[in-house]
Design a protein around this ligand. Structure first.
Ligand SMILES: *[C@@H]1O[C@H](CO)[C@@H](O)[C@H](O)[C@H]1NC(C)=O
Ligand SMILES: *[C@@H]1O[C@H](CO)[C@@H](O)[C@H](O)[C@H]1NC(C)=O
Ligand SMILES: *[C@@H]1O[C@H](CO)[C@@H](O)[C@H](O)[C@H]1NC(C)=O
Length: 354
C-alpha cells in the first residue's frame, strides 16, 4: 500500500516536471524576432503537443525564418531608398541627357523574359549576369538545375529558352513592361569599366578574338597619343579616351552590340523610362540576391549560386592603379559621361582620382 502511494507521487512528480520542461522548451523555441507568432493560434492544444507542432513547423518552413527580421527590414529599407533616389534623380532636370534613354530595340534586346514567373531581367555585363541568366533558364524549364546548363548554352538564346523582350510584339512588350517583376544589377561604374577592359582586351577568357583583332586597333588608331607606339595592344588609357570622347558614338556604331560591355547602365536598361522593382548592387550581392529572389516570388524554387568570398567588394586600390596612367582631363571626361550611372544609383564621385 505504502509503495503504491510512493509510486503515484513519483508519477505526479514526473508529469509535473514534464509540463514545466515543455513550457520552457516552447518559450525558448519562439524566435525572439517574432517569427514564432504563428504558433499563437495553437494555444488550445495541450502543452506537450504544442512542442511537437512547433518543431514540425520549423522543419517544414525554414525559409522565411532563416534571416532575422531586423536584417530583412534593413534590406527592404535600403532598396526603398535606392528606388527613391533613382526616381528623384530621373526627375532632376539638371541631369538632362545623362539619365535619358529611349526604350529602343537596343534596350529591349538587353531584357530577358520569364513568362512562367513573370520576370524581366535587364542584362548589365560584368556584374554577375551569367548567374542570373542561369537562374531564369532554370525557371523557364529548359534545364532542371543550374549545374546542368552547359556553359555554351547560357548565351545562346536560340537554344536556352530565355527569350529577349525584343522578340515579342509591341502590345506583348507593353503588357510585360507594365505587369512583370523587373530588375537589374549595377556596380561601381569605373570598376565595371576596368573589369570590361580586362575581360575583353587583356585576358579574353571566352575566346572572342574580335575584341583584340577588330575593335582594339580601331580605338588605338583614333585615340592613342603616341602613334608610333603600336605594340602591346589596347592600353587602359586608350580605352578611357575613347569612352570619354563626346563623339564616341561614331565608333560605337561600328562596334555593334559589343559595346554592351562598356556603355552606361542608362543606355542599357533605360532605368528612368522603365519602372524597375529592384536595382541590385554587386557590392551587396550577398544580401541583394536573396532579396531579389524573395521579391520575385521564386525563393522556394531556385537559389543564386554561391558567391565566392571577396569578389563583390569594391577595390579602391585597383581603381587607383588602373587610373594612375590616365590624364586628369581624360578621367574628368570619362566621369562626365558616366555621371548618370554614379548619381542614379548612389555611387560616390571618385574624387580621389581627380
Ligand atoms: C539635381 O542635380 C544637381 C546636379 O547633380 C544637384 O546639384 C541638385 O541638388 C539636384 N537636385 C535635386 C532636387 O536633387
Ligand atoms: C541632349 O540631347 C540632345 C539631342 O540628343 C542635344 O541636342 C542636346 O544638346 C543635349 N543636351 C545636353 C545638355 O547635353
Ligand atoms: C585589389 O586589387 C589589387 C590590384 O589588382 C590586388 O592586388 C588586391 O589583392 C585587391 N584587394 C582585394 C582586397 O581584393
Amino acid at each position: 500500500m505504502h509503495h503504491r502511494w510512493l509510486l503515484l507521487l513519483a508519477c505526479f512528480w514526473v508529469v509535473f516536471m514534464l509540463m514545466v520542461a515543455s513550457k520552457f522548451i516552447t518559450l525558448t523555441m519562439k524566435d525572439p524576432e517574432g517569427f514564432g507568432v504563428k504558433t499563437g493560434s495553437l494555444t488550445v492544444l495541450p502543452e506537450i503537443e504544442k512542442v511537437t507542432v512547433t518543431e514540425k513547423k520549423l522543419q517544414i518552413e525554414p525559409q522565411p525564418t532563416a534571416k532575422p527580421l531586423k536584417d530583412v527590414l534593413r534590406t527592404e529599407h535600403i532598396h526603398m531608398e535606392r528606388l527613391e533616389l533613382l526616381r528623384d534623380m530621373c526627375q532632376n532636370e539638371s541631369f538632362g541627357n545623362l539619365s535619358r534613354s529611349a526604350v529602343s530595340k537596343f534596350v529591349l534586346d538587353r531584357i530577358f523574359v520569364s513568362d512562367k514567373k513573370k520576370i524581366l531581367f535587364c542584362q548589365t555585363p560584368k556584374v554577375g549576369n551569367t548567374q542570373w541568366k542561369k537562374v531564369l533558364i532554370v525557371l523557364n524549364g529548359a534545364f532542371p538545375s543550374i549545374e546542368e546548363i552547359p556553359e555554351n548554352i547560357v548565351h545562346d538564346h536560340e537554344k536556352n529558352g530565355l527569350p529577349r523582350l525584343s522578340s515579342y510584339t509591341e502590345p506583348e512588350i507593353h503588357e510585360r513592361l507594365n505587369s512583370y517583376f523587373k530588375f537589374f544589377i549595377v556596380r561601381d561604374p569605373f570598376e565595371r569599366l576596368i573589369s570590361a577592359y580586362k575581360d575583353k582586351f587583356v585576358h579574353n577568357p571566352r575566346f572572342e578574338p574580335w575584341y583584340k583583332h577588330d575593335i582594339a586597333p580601331v580605338i588605338i588608331r583614333k585615340y592613342r597619343k603616341d602613334r608610333r607606339e603600336t605594340k602591346g595592344g589596347l592600353q587602359f588609357q586608350d580605352f578611357v579616351r575613347y569612352l570619354g570622347d563626346p563623339n564616341h558614338r561614331f565608333l560605337d556604331l561600328q562596334f555593334g552590340d559589343h559595346i554592351i560591355h562598356w556603355v552606361t547602365y542608362v543606355e542599357l536598361c533605360a532605368p528612368c523610362e522603365i519602372n524597375y522593382n529592384v536595382v541590385g548592387h554587386h557590392e551587396t550581392l550577398e544580401e541583394d540576391a536573396p532579396y531579389i529572389l524573395r521579391e520575385a516570388g521564386i525563393d522556394r524554387l531556385v537559389s543564386y549560386p554561391t558567391i565566392p568570398p571577396g569578389i563583390t567588394t569594391y577595390n579602391k586600390s585597383k581603381v587607383e592603379h588602373y587610373f594612375s596612367k590616365v590624364s586628369k582631363r581624360d578621367i574628368k571626361r570619362l566621369y562626365a559621361r558616366f555621371e548618370g550611372d554614379f548619381k542614379l544609383f548612389g555611387y560616390k564621385e571618385p574624387t580621389f582620382l581627380f
